[in-house]
Design a protein around this ligand. Sequence first.
Ligand code: ARG
Length: 298
Amino acid sequence: MSKVITSINNLDFTAADLTSMDKPGKIIMVRPTHFSIDYVINKHMEGNVGKADKALAMQQWEAVKSAFEDTGMEVHVIEGGEGLPDMVFCANQSLPFKNDDGDKEVIMSIMDSVHRKPEVSLIEKWYEDQEYQIHHLNYKKISRFEGMGDAIWHYGKKLLWGGYGFRTSLEAYHYISDTYKVPVIALKLEHPEFYHLDTCFCVLNETSVMIYPGAFEKKGLDLIRAFFDTIIEVPEDEAIGSFACNATCPDGSTVVIHPGAQKTNAQLKHEGFKVVEVPTGEFMKSGGSVFCMKMMAY
Ligand code: ARG
């Protein structure tokens, strides 16, 4: 039975009721050999077609990879597919999970844009090799789901935060909740700059989250406030200009973030987080930064 919560009025559990989930120890990254900006499918890409510096992008990607490795995570690299300029954003094609028996499962995405659909089977191949149980969404019932770009696990807990509105439809979360037997808190996204949940919501650890409040409805903010003790609010200029919420905190204490979000960084440090700044400017021209350049897996 699925449980998808969209308002605090139908919430029947608290943070204290959440059960534990193994933390992912692996990070998947896709080498940006074929990265470029060839089309416009989000607001950030407007005016940037043909403007990615591929050599610089490769350097930035290597630096992000090193920053992840420095946190002790094991990084697995998948080669990018020719003609798939956005495949480097590998937060989007899947949503992995580890069940109570310790088995690895994954739900594959239905990409919203026709340009990105072929990426999914290339990523699926990695999961096959790693012996995951693979689930596919029913195309007849669900039009789109963009993986961990929109569906973000509460740190170490069986609770999924699900953004919907632009790249994922609400119905997808009923299937996911049913398949993984986890509750989903669904948050509606309304601003085109914040088209994926990972552009405005970054889980840091079990009790802390970083958000851009302007991306959410009041209903969504009430739900976020009900589950996190520490909420770092990112100002609009840093959320848009530095993609500050698209940071990643793989170990619950080190935040890898694009440089320059001074107010955000000060708050992070004040809360005891270590801030590691790595430039991702070439990828930001395409609408993504640190968080969407990787997948957390098992
Ligand atoms: N150009 C890519 C797209 O629009 C960027 C994806 C960024 N991914 C993310 N999870 N925010 O699909």
